[in-house]
Design a protein around this ligand. Sequence first.
Ligand code: PNS
Length: 161
Amino acid sequence: MKKIAVYPGSFDPITYGHIDLIKRAAAIFDQLIVAVVSNPQKKTLFNIEEREAMLKKATRDIPNVVIDDFSGLLIDYVRQKKARVIIRGLRAISDFEFEFQMALTNQRLAEDIETFFLTSNEKYAYFSSGIIKEIVKLGANVKYFVPLFVEKELNRKLKGK
Ligand code: PNS
């Protein structure tokens, strides 16, 4: 049976940290579905189409990666895709509380689905999409954190360039 994993998230926008994690997970599972959450309650800088387009561009050389979106409960989506594993990245201890809560809630809701935590390369272990958006607004160069095409999109959105 094909081993399918789902890597859910906001990806607003994708960073080198996400890309590193996608590569690591894709090397282990037969198929990795990167699932962008479509949540009208949560305000994002990029809309769902833009976030998916950037993910597709960044992962086009990895054949077993599929980009998709979902709304509603994550575990329902995971079941619908016939996957059994949720992938989440863990950076510092600060991530732990939220991730632990989410993993245990999902476990309570669906005993047959497991959450696997991966850590990215240490080069990427400290930044987030949120902090990148903040420093782009203030004029920083973010080439260490995101691919050039993402940096261009950030500048277009945040600075009208
Ligand atoms: O990248 P993020 O914003 O940390 O991802 C959070 C995400 C999308 C994985 C989480 O909010 C989620 O799973 N949302 C779907 C709704 C759901 O199932 N919530 C219960 C999870 S405990």
